[in-house]
Ligand binder design. Sequence first.
Ligand code: ADP
Ligand code: MG
Length: 287
Amino acid sequence: SIPLTFFGGIGGASRRGILIKGSNYMDALSKVDTVVFDKTGTLTRGVFKVTAIHPEECDEEQLLHLAAHVERFSTHPIAVSLREAYSHEQDGCTVEQVEEVSGQGVRAVVNGKTVCVGNTKMMEQLQVRFHPCELVGTIVHVAVDGEYFGHIVISDEMKSDAREAVAALKAAGVRRTVMLTGDRREVGEDVAKQLGLDEVHTELLPAEKVERVEALLEAKADGQSLIFVGDGMNDAPVLARADVGMAMGGLGSDAAIEAADVVIMDDKPSKVALAIALARRTVGIAM
Ligand code: ADP
Ligand code: MG
């Protein structure tokens, strides 16, 4: 039977913006060994700004315009940001056969031409020759009918409490803090270093994130648990695999909120350490 205080713990957590979907997660939360974060939308805001535009076969406006059109239906933070940087609703572009390739980008037929918008992996798969990019920033390449059109450099900001969130986990005795991302090595390593994370794995496809989490589950100490924290964009399978899957409630998709065991309503990563502290207090009282 479940001690009554566990329900009190859930109520207390919900008043602090942490929705715990069952008292069974209290125990796992109270003994966390490893915390794994997704990057975009979890530790960073998921609001990208365009920092540079490098067109090759058109002008800057046209490159942004093409990318924004292809990204028209995507809910990925990169897509939303590009649409905000450039969207002309009434310019008579026809966008058909839109296909999102998770962890890579989007392709669509725009005015009869196949336009691909995505990362290096996507360009390599298309065998499109692209030019070396700068050292900083997330890169969005654009190719039209197999021809390289250039790239857009975008950059995201750290959430204001991200550093403190990682420090609080260390102070709580969490042994291993890890970040997984599909973004470039240069970007992922920079974020991990700034935040003081123990480990970072970059350029991962969604399926590779699952493999990483499985390896981390194998490696955790006996009787301890692993938390995965994500925004749900491409990471619902990982949320399901972790001992405790946590999703950002504001940014997260409905699917992520559904798949998660714990929802952080205000999207603050510092709530992970708070959830652990509240669970420890609750479990401590119950024993
Ligand atoms: P993260 O691990 O940072 O949360 P994702 O797994 O969602 O990122 O995506 C990994 C990478 O795939 C992104 O950094 C980007 O390069 C590329 N990508 C994914 N979706 C899109 C999109 N809609 N438009 C452009 N690029 C995308
Ligand atoms: Mg993501």
